[in-house]
Design a binder for this molecule. Structure first.
Ligand code: AMP
Ligand code: GLY
Length: 423
């Protein structure tokens, strides 16, 4: 069985490592991949956003399955294009991926179907947006670009001046391009955040074990937002009681809403949740596996991933029992100095091996490449070091032990991943 993975970050490396455990013994391909993925799968140069290029590559390889991992190609209709050529693909079609591709769509969906989320208004005129913010006069206030923005499209404005800057850069300067044609302005809500990824075939939904991301760049939740600097699983705030409430009031209603709208969602649906004092609220949906959530969730999966992929595509998920490991896992991201702003590339990484020289650790490559026989840095988030243990403390100790053995010029990481939850 030949599987082509589309993407080239830590999430894709974690998916590939899990596919390697399959009893089906697949032959793995990845485009574009990275320096670490190249050890586990044959890599190509086609960009993950190149829909036609990926379709052509899948045909050339004779891929039995294409796994589309990132948001942009899903929103651009890569799964539709593959299916049109008779190629099996994992991921939602464009009609369903809009749940991530447009925040205006997802907020309106939640309003229409009574799915709990923060109160909001939509604007397509910057003047009206600012007038609303002025009248509302409550800070912080949350401003979100409608479309995809590399995880940077959410601004929490603490004052009218900050809100003015945000509206101006999104709607007038168009720093996120057409993603800023409309904005969602949302009430600021508080509470612990939980990420729940779920397999769904559009009818049945199988939530995976929960996780917690750490989005701010620096230790102590300081600095700018990033794609994610570390994760833990399970998330201690996601109790059985909260899980049940989320299932009944969010997961199932979302699935049914998408079906009613003629946008049946098949693939991995990501629920970004906030557990407020009034109950769980949806912060955002993603149409894909999260990064670095995947790097802590998948290591705990016991069921064969290819069996799950087949069940999702063939709409038989309801017949499958999915099993998870009872322990815990933790992932610490090692990043390039300067990230999420600009940073240098090409730094040689020392101390690398498959498990970072610590038992129970896996090193996932995110922004690396092979250069003259060395693995060098090539992105902002460079490595995801995941430790597994009986409990969170053990998982964290292992991850940090491996981090201390790996080095590259300018490397930084947060020293408090999971810390808040250990008392
Ligand atoms: P997103 O890119 O949608 O995940 O948003 C990034 C981060 O902004 C989230 O993880 C939250 O921490 C924060 N955020 C988004 N919406 C709200 C909101 N309505 N109230 C408070 N914080 C929010
Ligand atoms: N870690 C959040 C995301 O993948 O968007």
């Amino acid at each position: 069985m030949k599987i082509l993975m589309v993407g080239g970050g830590g999430r894709e490396h974690a998916l590939i490592k899990k596919l390697l455990e399959s009893k089906r013994n697949p032959e793995l391909f990845c485009t574009p991949g990275n320096g670490g993925i190249a050890k586990d799968a044959k890599c190509f140069n086609v960009a993950a956003t190149d829909v036609e290029g990926v379709v052509a590559l899948a045909k050339e390889i004779g891929a039995d399955l294409v796994f589309v991992a990132p948001d942009d190609p899903l929103v651009a209709g890569m799964v539709d294009a593959l299916n049109a050529q008779g190629i099996r693909a994992f991921g939602p079609n464009a009609a369903a991926a809009i749940i991530e591709g447009s925040k205006v769509f997802s907020k309106n969906l939640m309003k229409k179907y009574n799915i709990p989320t923060a109160k909001y208004e939509v604007f397509n005129d910057p003047k009206n947006a600012l007038e609303y913010i002025k009248d509302n006069n409550t800070y912080p206030i949350v401003i979100k670009a409608d479309g995809l923005a590399l995880g940077k499209g959410v601004i929490i404005a603490e004052s009218f001046e900050m809100a003015t800057d945000a509206i101006d850069s999104i709607m007038n300067s168009k720093i996120f391009g057409n993603s800023g044609n409309q904005v969602v302005i949302e009430e600021f809500i508080t509470g612990p955040e939980v990420s729940v990824l779920a397999f769904t075939d559009g009818v049945a939904i199988a939530p995976m074990v929960s996780s917690m991301d750490h989005k701010r760049a620096f230790t102590g939740d300081l600095g700018p937002n990033t794609g994610g600097m570390g994760t833990i699983s399970p998330n201690p705030f996601y109790t059985d009681e909260v899980a049940k409430e989320c299932y009944d009031t969010i997961f199932i209603p979302t699935l049914r809403a998408m079906e009613k709208e003629g946008r049946k969602f098949k693939g991995c649906l990501y629920f970004g949740l906030m557990i407020t004092k009034d109950g769980p609220r949806v912060i955002e949906y993603n149409a894909r596996f999260g990064d670095p959530e995947t790097q802590v969730v998948l290591p705990r999966l016991k069921t064969d991933l290819i069996d799950i992929i087949d069940a999702v595509i063939d709409e038989k998920l309801g017949d499958l029992a999915i099993e998870w490991d009872n322990g815990a896992s933790a992932c610490v991201i090692m990043a390039s100095g300067g990230y999420p702003g600009s940073y240098e590339k090409g730094k040689i990484i020392n101390g690398l091996d498959e498990n970072g020289q610590v038992d129970g650790v896996t090193v996932y490559h995110a922004g690396t490449k092979l250069s003259d026989g060395n693995i060098v840095t090539s992105g902002g988030r460079v490595l995801g070091i995941t430790g597994k243990g009986e409990n969170l403390e053990e998982a964290l100790n292992k991850a940090y032990a491996a981090v201390s053995k790996i080095s590259f010029d300018g490397a930084f990481w947060r020293t408090d991943i999971g810390r808040k939850t250990l008392s």
